[in-house]
Design a protein around this ligand. Structure first.
Ligand code: NAD
Length: 393
């Protein structure tokens, strides 16, 4: 038996990534999978159809790849009307973010689709690290956020001593020192900026300092390390105290890059309108946590760049990996093909929830929401009652 894996064109506005690149096709065909590529799927990321064909994939027009597939690969979440075109028993593998929209998972379960979401991966498990798409995409996000900040700031990042005078280095503040924040620090430092950084998890201090940033210690905010090495959400009082104390630091910066996230929650607001008012004209904020749920910067709008009345440019950078689709797709393809190689045995996609990796990534199977975290959110949304098919909110 052969598992047929289809790569579809992403449909979200501005999304230029593709789930599999030609280089990764051979890894799947060598493991007895057949790769079907929707014609044009890689075009926006600069991977032409003929490269997929040369690598051993079958390029198919229109919807044929989807209908013939056992497994459909995507980067982001296909819209519900597309998901409804899948048939029971097919698998959907992508970054489905069920914790921010458990109702979507409920729909997949009702349709009998096996949903596998790379953002559920147990990231600290060493054998899962090559499948960690959150990290590979966050790396790109942090790198590009620093470049966007440097490009938007209309002064130098480095200290420059020239015959026309000396330019002082830009002062850059990075808020949130996870994978994206660390990459933003490293990139801004390589461009010569003076970088400071802040995170609620105190263990990030040594990592930030090792990349050449100074670390802000806020006296009003307690340690907020939560489960799994992530941050916990702050209480409203803690958040207000944090914002107040950060205001003074933000005012003195030329560029602020924000990357703070709390899993399954809307991103915390770290830069308030009041803080922006105190910044100098010409300064820049890149909100890399920007999303339809909100971002780290009050008033930032996903996908839009705005200039405030006091001359601060706020970039709502909602999907930076899509702006570097070649690198982002190459890394994602590596992650997703490693996950497939883990799931496919003897020509079938084998679901085994006793496996630690699968217990994290498999969201729906056999008509049920099997991810405990997602099922818990659905139950809570229905007043603690078990959720019946068809009642998803
Ligand atoms: P993330 O995207 O969830 O969040 C980014 C950063 O924002 C985090 O450092 C978080 O502490 C910070 N943050 C959240 N709320 C904040 C607030 N109110 N103020 C300031 N900062 C705030 O994080 P991530 O990049 O996905 O990394 C999360 C964790 O996973 C880290 O501990 C990281 O080391 C770990 N991780 C481990 C591995 C591994 O072991 N292989 C791989 C990837 C990530």
């Amino acid at each position: 038996m052969t598992v047929r894996v289809a790569v579809l064109t992403e449909t979200a506005p501005g999304e230029r990534r593709v789930a599999l690149v030609p280089d990764a096709v051979g890894r799947l065909t060598a493991a007895d999978m057949e790769v079907l590529v929707q014609a044009g799927a890689g075009q926006a990321a600069w991977f032409p159809d003929h490269d997929y064909a040369r690598a051993g994939a079958t390029v198919l027009p229109g919807e044929e790849a989807r209908t013939r597939a056992d497994v459909v690969l995507t980067v982001g979440r296909p819209p519900v009307d597309q998901v409804r075109q899948l048939r029971a028993g097919q698998a959907l593998v992508g970054m489905l973010h069920p914790l921010t929209d458990p109702g979507y998972a409920q729909i997949l379960a009702e349709l009998g689709i096996t949903a596998v979401s790379l953002d559920g991966l147990p990231r600290t498990l060493s054998r899962a690290q090559s499948m960690d798409a959150l990290s590979s995409q966050a790396n790109i996000s942090g790198y590009k956020a620093a470049l966007v900040a440097a490009n938007t700031l209309e002064r130098y990042f480095p200290l420059l001593i020239t015959a026309a005078g000396t330019a002082r280095p830009a002062r850059v503040l990075v808020l949130g020192v996870g994978v994206a924040g660390l990459q933003a620090i490293g990139t801004a430092r390589r461009l010569g900026a003076l970088v400071s950084a802040y995170d609620v998890r105190p263990e990030t201090r040594t990592e930030a300092e090792s990349l050449g940033a100074s670390f802000l210690v806020l006296e009003s905010v307690a340690t907020a390390t939560g489960e799994g090495g992530y941050a916990r959400a702050l209480t409203p009082d803690e958040q207000q105290a944090q914002q107040q104390e950060l205001n003074g630091h933000i005012a003195g910066c030329d560029a602020v890059i924000t990357t703070a996230q709390v899993p399954g929650r809307r991103p915390p607001v770290l830069v308030t309108a009041e803080a922006i008012k105190a910044m100098s004209p010409g300064s820049v904020i890149v909100d890399a946590a920007s999303s339809p749920l909100g971002g780290n910067v009050e008033g930032s709008q996903p996908g839009r760049t705005t200039v405030t009345d006091n001359g601060v440019t706020v970039v709502g950078a909602d999907n930076l990996p899509a702006t570097m689709p070649t690198a982002a797709s190459t890394a994602y393809a590596r992650n997703v093909s490693n996950l497939l190689l883990h799931l496919v045995h003897d020509g079938t996609l084998t679901i085994d929830l006793a496996d630690e990796i699968q217990a994290g990534v498999v969201i729906t199977h056999g008509g049920q929401v099997v991810s405990p975290a997602t099922a818990g959110l659905l139950a809570a949304a229905h007043g603690g009652e078990p959720v019946e098919p068809g009642t998803a909110g």
